[in-house]
Design a protein around this ligand. Sequence first.
Ligand SMILES: Nc1ccn([C@@H]2O[C@H](COP(=O)(O)O)[C@@H](O)[C@H]2O)c(=O)n1
Ligand SMILES: C[C@@]1(CO)OP(=O)(O)OP(=O)(O)OC[C@H]1O
Length: 204
Amino acid sequence: MGMRIGQGFDSHAFKPGVPLVIGGLKIEHTEGLAGHSDGDVLLHAITDALLGAVSAGDIGTFFPPSDPRWKGADSSVFLETALEEVATAGYRIVNIDTVLVLMRPKIVPIAGEMRQRVADLLGVKPGDVGIKAKTPEGLNQDGVAVAYATVLLESLAEPGEPRAMTATADIGEVNEVVESLVVGVRDTSALGRKMPAFDTDDLT
Ligand SMILES: Nc1ccn([C@@H]2O[C@H](COP(=O)(O)O)[C@@H](O)[C@H]2O)c(=O)n1
Ligand SMILES: C[C@@]1(CO)OP(=O)(O)OP(=O)(O)OC[C@H]1O
């Protein structure tokens, strides 16, 4: 069975006066994340992990930060495109694991809800989504939220199930091919090459 792995990373600085959105969830907090879009650091990392797994580029190649269409955009739009790329390449998600690195807010109390929301957006079961969080202890990055995502994909074709192959051919063309093969055999002998002689006496 064909498997593919992808990884994604993103970071956004905290900024007062904007809503905090992580993993598609609006979270009650004093600040949000700065960004051209809604700044959803987790969905951006997952989007890149999915695109990377099928070698389809990255979030910026599909949605350049210079394009005004993505100003304030809901990041689930980016995720949808990545999911389409995965499906077009012939894969589906096996599971996804993530790490959020941020000082505040505490993620564990809302991790279950976030897992459900991310699973819904990805079209997978909550049990196939990992949400973990760490503080940026010793990194001097208290004003930043960072996200890492890893995704495992499997081929849509069942193991051992050959891909359907169909072909049509004109009977005239088939006859021509058969004839050319027969002529080819004749030609071989005509070139004077020794043909293996089959003698029943060789069989003991
Ligand atoms: N924003 C965060 C950060 C951490 N947690 C939880 O706290 C645990 C300990 O984190 P350290 O960085 O101090 O090792 C971590 O394992 C999480 O369970 C959190 O919920 N939200
Ligand atoms: C999501 C996009 C969309 O304009 O912009 P941002 O919201 O700034 O997010 P980032 O992860 O910095 O860059 C990727 C961009 O494609």
